[in-house]
Design a protein around this ligand. Structure first.
Ligand code: NAD
Length: 391
């Protein structure tokens, strides 16, 4: 239907000028958000692009039954910003983005909805590259992929990288070793007592690496059977999930859920190191990060040590090679070492050190982009780096 503009829009009032969405974007320095609406399929999605200084914004799509639209916007802004830091500290040529689809992941999934979403992603022409996140499965990613090439983390059968957990776990293992080097002057895990929270994907692969090196593992899961099976496989001990924080161990490796370093657990820890795969482990980042520093516990920032997942899907963009993805995840050792040294030098918590180093990389790499490059001018920010999109 053709719409006629009957009169010129009203000038902005002070109230309109302060429309909170622009304040939100400006506060956390986001570049763009895209509201995707398709009533025919029921699609309601929001794509947030936080920062593309280092490259196209990469981040998963989450499907969640948000209570309000505001909650969805806040979540996508928070998550996309986190992706900028994660990509930057991991040395990737990628920016930070994220998408959320508002809806019940158990009852509202249809082929048309995800294909419609794929078209919106495609319309961004590669400024945003999506991947799987909470509430999504391979099936939906395949639907999205049928409408856009700007998808990563696709199944192996389609030429993608498949399950990221082995690479994530290897990165966690190398990050734990970097912490051991800092704490003990030796990165061997032989004879080290490790409390492992969770016996899922990441925990299981991690446990195999650590056990092979001679670590003594204490394993728990809310599903006892899972923990028992893993403990038997790696020669570890089964422990109660409620007693995991206070165990007399060298290392605590959270691989289950977020928020586990909090006011209630803080006094229980007797370990020298906290380093694991779980996301958002500090309940209140600044408060609990500082408390760990004050207690003299070495902490590997979660988003750095668990970056094997994003490193894996970033490798896919260059033409996936598992060996190379593992090697890149192995670099988490050096990244964690740099962060711990910076944290010590500046007397600041590790998560702050990591944020500082990520911002420095964005700033310094951003500056070199002021210079003319024929490569950049021909193929834009993808600049020949991402083979898959240039084929
Ligand atoms: P998973 O679901 O395979 O494993 C999680 C395990 O934790 C499950 O077995 C679950 O029963 C257990 N668990 C839940 N609550 C628990 C509790 N209170 N105490 C003990 N065990 C509990 O998940 P995963 O893929 O192994 O991921 C683990 C963590 O790592 C998550 O926080 C995830 O966000 C993060 N992470 C995973 C990847 C990846 O590649 N899979 C990448 C980055 C971050």
């Amino acid at each position: 239907m053709t719409k006629t503009i009957e009169k010129a829009p009203k000038p902005l009032t002070q109230e309109n000028k302060n429309f909170p969405i622009f304040n939100e974007l400006a506060n956390k320095e986001h570049e763009q958000i895209v509201i995707c609406s398709d009533p025919d399929t029921g699609l309601k999605a929001i794509i947030a692009i936080h920062n593309t200084t280092l490259g196209p914004a990469l981040g998963g799509t989450r499907m969640w039954n948000y209570e309000t639209e505001e909650a969805a916007i806040k979540d996508v802004l928070r998550l996309s910003r986190g992706m900028t830091y994660k990509a930057a500290i991991s040395g990737l040529n990628l920016g930070g983005g994220k998408a959320v689809i508002i809806g019940d992941p158990h009852t509202e999934k249809t082929e048309a909805l995800f294909r419609s979403f794929g078209r919106f992603v495609d319309g961004l022409g590669g400024r945003y590259i999506t991947a799987e996140d909470v509430g999504m499965t391979e099936k939906e990613m395949e639907w999205i992929y049928s409408e856009t090439k700007y998808v990563t983390g696709i199944p192996k059968a389609l030429g993608g990288s498949g399950n990221p957990s082995p690479v994530t776990a290897y990165g966690v293992y190398m990050g734990v070793k970097a912490c051991a080097q800092k704490a003990y002057g030796n990165d061997s895990l032989e004879g080290k007592k490790i409390a492992l929270q969770g016996a899922g994907n990441v925990a299981s692969y991690f446990a195999r690496h650590a056990a092979k090196e001679g670590a003594e593992l204490f394993i728990c899961d809310i599903y006892d059977e899972k923990a028992k099976t893993l403990a038997e496989e790696v020669g570890g001990k089964l422990v109660d999930p409620n007693s995991i924080y206070g165990l007399d161990v060298d290392i605590f490796t959270p691989c289950a859920l977020g928020g586990v370093i909090n006011d209630d657990t803080m006094d229980e820890f007797k370990c020298d190191i906290i380093a694991g795969g779980a996301n958002n482990v500090l309940d209140e980042e600044d408060k609990h990060g500082q408390m760990l520093l004050d207690k003299g516990i070495i902490y590997a920032p979660d988003y750095v040590i668990n970056a094997g997942g994003i490193i894996n899907i970033a490798s896919e963009l260059e033409g996936y090679n598992e060996k190379r993805a593992m090697q890149n995840a192995g670099n988490i050792y050096t990244t964690i070492t740099d962060i711990l040294n910076y944290s010590e030098e500046h007397g600041i918590p590790a998560h702050k050190a990591s944020n500082d180093l990520a911002e420095k990389r964005i700033e310094t790499v951003g500056k070199i982009k002021n210079k003319y490059s024929s490569n950049a001018s021909i193929s834009g920010r993808l600049g020949g780096v991402y083979k898959r999109f240039n084929d």
